[in-house]
Design a protein around this ligand. Structure first.
Ligand SMILES: Cc1cc2nc3c(=O)[nH]c(=O)nc-3n(C[C@H](O)[C@H](O)[C@H](O)COP(=O)(O)OP(=O)(O)OC[C@H]3O[C@@H](n4cnc5c(N)ncnc54)[C@H](O)[C@@H]3O)c2cc1C
Length: 473
C-alpha cells in the first residue's frame, strides 16, 4: 500500500516514488535537483514546478530564446497535483458550459471551449516535439448517466453544445449503445465527446521540466518560497536564497498557495483521491469492453471518473477527504483508509466481475478550487506579479492554455488568448473562517447524500437545491 501523501513520516528524505503510481512508474530520475543558494537575478522567476510553472517557462523560453527563466520548486517537479492526477487531458473547462454562457455570453463560451480543445492538441504536439514518453492517447471522453436521475444532465449538456454549434463533437448514446461500449452497471445513457486525451501525467511534468532545461531554463528543487515580494525589483525568497526578477515573478503553486498570505483566500485546497487496480486480464477486458479507453465519468456530485491505463489497469478517482479548517493542507489527511476502501467498493459496483480484483495503489492530492470555479491568469505590470491558478480538477489541459497566455502577457506578445474569461485581474475571495469551513463541509456532506440517494434510486434530499446554490458560482 502506498503512502498516499508522498510525505516522509519518519523524517527521512522523501521517497517521491511513493507519491503516486505515476511517479512510481515514471521513466525519469526523481533525484532532487540542487536547491537555490545565495542570490540570483533572472528575467522571470517562477514559484512552482507543476504544469502551470513549467508551461509558462516553456513558452517564455521557446518564443524568446535570450530570456532568463528560473523555477523554485519546494519538493521536486511534479510533486503536486501535476504528478498525481487522473491522467485526463480533457476538453472540459472547469466552469460548466451552461455557466460560461450565462456569465459571458454564447460567443465567449464557445471561444473558451474551442481554446481548451486546442490546448489538448497543443499538449499532444509538444509531447511529440519534445519526445516525452507521456502515453498521450486521443481517446475522447464518455460521460455516462448511471441511473435515470443522471440522464437529464447529459441531455441538457448535449443541447448546450448544440446551441453553441459544437454538436458535431458530441454524440448522445442510448443505454444499449452505452452498454455496447462499456459493460458497467446501471447505465441509462451517455454522451461521447471527441477530442480529449489520456496520458501519464508524471512523465509529462517530468519531461516538460527536462524540455525547459534544454531551452535554457534553470530549476531549483527543495526550494520552498517563503516570501513573495512584488514591486519594481520583485523577488522570491527561500530559506537559503533569493531569486530576483527583472521582468516578472510568477505564482504557480495552485492549492499550496493558500499557505502564503497574499493568496490565502484565492483558492480552497480540496483533496482528490484515487485507487488503482492491478492490470486486468485479457478475459476481464473482453468482459468489460471499453476498448476505446475513453476517459469515463458519471454525473455524481462528488465526481467520479475512471481511466484505463496503458498497462491495462483501472484508475478510479473522486473527491476525497473533508475540507480542513483554515484551508490547511495536511499530508496525513490523504492517508484515509476508510475513503479508499469506499472507493474500491464503488469500482466493484461499476464492474461486478471485479469482485476479487487486487488494488495495488491508493493516493491523493490537493487541487485548487476558486470561489467561482473560474481559473485566473493575470499579470500586473506595475508590481511585475503574474499568477495562474484555480483549475479545480480540470487542469491538465487548462494549465497549457494558462501558461501560453501568461507567457504572452509577460513578454507583451499576443498569444491570441487574451480575450478569454480566465484572463482577469483578480479572483473573488473565499469567505473568512469559520463561515468557509461551515459552508464547505455542509456542501461536501450534502453532495455525498445526493449521490447516495440517486444511486439507490431514491428522491434527492430536501436540501439538494440549497447545496447546489451554495456550490454554484
Ligand atoms: C488526485 C487529483 C486528480 C486530478 N485529476 C485530474 C485529471 O484527471 N484531469 C485534469 O485535467 N486535472 C486533474 N486534476 C487537477 C490537475 O492535476 C491540476 O489542476 C494541475 O496539475 C495543476 O497544476 P499546477 O502546476 O497549477 O499545480 P501543482 O501541480 O499542484 O503544482 C504546484 C507546485 O508548486 C509547488 N509549490 C507550492 N508552494 C510552493 C512554494 N511556496 N515554494 C515552492 N514551490 C511551491 C508544489 O510543490 C507543486 O509542485 C487532479 C488533481 C488531483 C489532486
Amino acid at each position: 500500500m502506498f503512502d498516499a501523501s508522498g510525505a516522509s513520516a519518519t523524517g527521512q528524505p522523501h521517497d517521491y516514488r511513493q507519491t503516486s503510481f505515476w511517479l512510481a512508474t515514471s521513466t525519469d530520475d526523481l533525484t532532487p535537483r540542487a536547491p537555490l543558494r545565495g542570490t540570483l537575478t533572472v528575467d522571470v522567476a517562477i514559484l512552482g514546478g507543476g504544469f502551470s510553472g513549467l508551461w509558462t517557462a516553456y513558452y517564455l523560453l521557446r518564443d524568446n530564446p535570450s530570456i532568463e527563466v528560473a523555477i523554485l520548486e519546494k519538493e521536486i517537479c511534479g510533486f503536486g497535483a501535476s504528478g498525481r492526477n487522473g491522467g485526463w487531458c480533457s476538453t472540459r473547462f472547469p466552469v460548466t458550459t451552461n455557466a460560461l454562457i450565462r456569465r459571458f455570453g454564447a460567443s465567449r463560451a464557445r471561444e473558451t471551449i474551442l481554446a481548451v480543445h486546442e490546448a489538448v492538441e497543443e499538449v499532444g504536439r509538444v509531447v511529440a516535439l519534445e519526445e516525452i514518453d507521456a502515453h498521450y492517447r486521443k481517446t475522447g471522453v464518455l460521460s455516462v448517466a448511471r441511473g435515470a436521475a443522471q440522464l437529464p444532465a447529459i441531455h441538457a449538456e448535449y443541447r448546450t453544445y448544440e446551441q453553441l454549434g459544437l454538436g458535431a463533437q458530441n454524440r448522445l448514446l442510448d443505454a444499449a449503445e452505452a452498454y455496447e461500449r462499456i459493460r458497467a452497471t446501471n447505465l441509462s445513457g451517455a454522451m461521447l465527446t471527441s477530442g480529449g486525451a489520456t496520458l501519464q501525467p508524471a512523465n509529462l511534468v517530468r519531461g516538460l521540466a527536462r524540455a525547459v532545461e534544454r531551452c535554457g531554463g534553470v530549476i531549483f528543487e527543495g526550494s520552498e518560497v517563503t516570501r513573495i515580494e512584488p514591486g519594481e525589483q520583485p523577488s522570491l525568497s527561500t530559506a537559503s536564497g533569493t531569486l530576483r526578477a527583472r521582468k516578472a515573478i510568477v505564482a504557480a503553486g495552485e492549492a499550496y498557495l493558500a499557505h502564503l498570505p497574499q493568496f490565502h483566500r484565492t483558492v480552497l485546497p480540496l483533496t482528490s483521491m484515487i485507487v488503482l487496480t492491478e492490470p486486468l486480464t485479457h478475459a476481464q477486458w473482453q468482459e468489460i469492453g471499453w476498448q476505446g479507453g475513453e476517459g469515463l465519468s458519471s454525473q455524481a456530485k462528488t465526481t467520479n471518473y475512471l481511466t484505463r491505463t496503458l498497462d491495462g489497469r483501472i484508475l478510479y478517482g473522486s473527491r476525497g477527504a473533508p475540507y480542513l479548517f483554515g484551508s490547511r493542507i495536511s499530508d496525513p489527511a490523504l492517508r484515509n483508509d476508510a475513503i479508499y476502501e469506499a472507493m474500491r467498493t464503488k469500482v466493484r459496483g461499476w464492474f461486478p466481475i471485479l469482485q476479487d480484483v487486487r488494488f495495488t495503489h491508493a493516493w491523493g492530492g490537493y487541487l485548487g478550487m476558486p470561489r467561482d470555479w473560474m481559473p485566473t491568469v493575470s499579470f500586473d505590470r506595475s508590481s511585475k506579479m503574474g499568477r495562474l491558478q484555480g483549475y479545480t480538477g480540470r487542469g491538465v489541459s487548462t494549465t497549457n492554455l494558462a501558461g501560453r497566455l501568461l507567457a504572452g502577457l509577460i513578454t507583451q506578445s499576443s498569444s491570441g488568448l487574451e480575450g478569454l474569461p480566465l484572463h482577469r485581474p483578480r479572483m473573488p475571495l473565499w469567505e473568512v473562517e469559520p463561515m468557509r469551513w461551515a459552508a464547505v463541509r455542509y456542501v461536501q456532506n450534502a453532495f455525498a447524500r445526493i449521490d447516495e440517494a440517486e444511486e439507490a434510486g431514491e428522491r434527492r434530499p430536501w436540501d439538494a437545491p440549497l447545496a447546489n446554490y451554495l456550490a454554484s458560482a
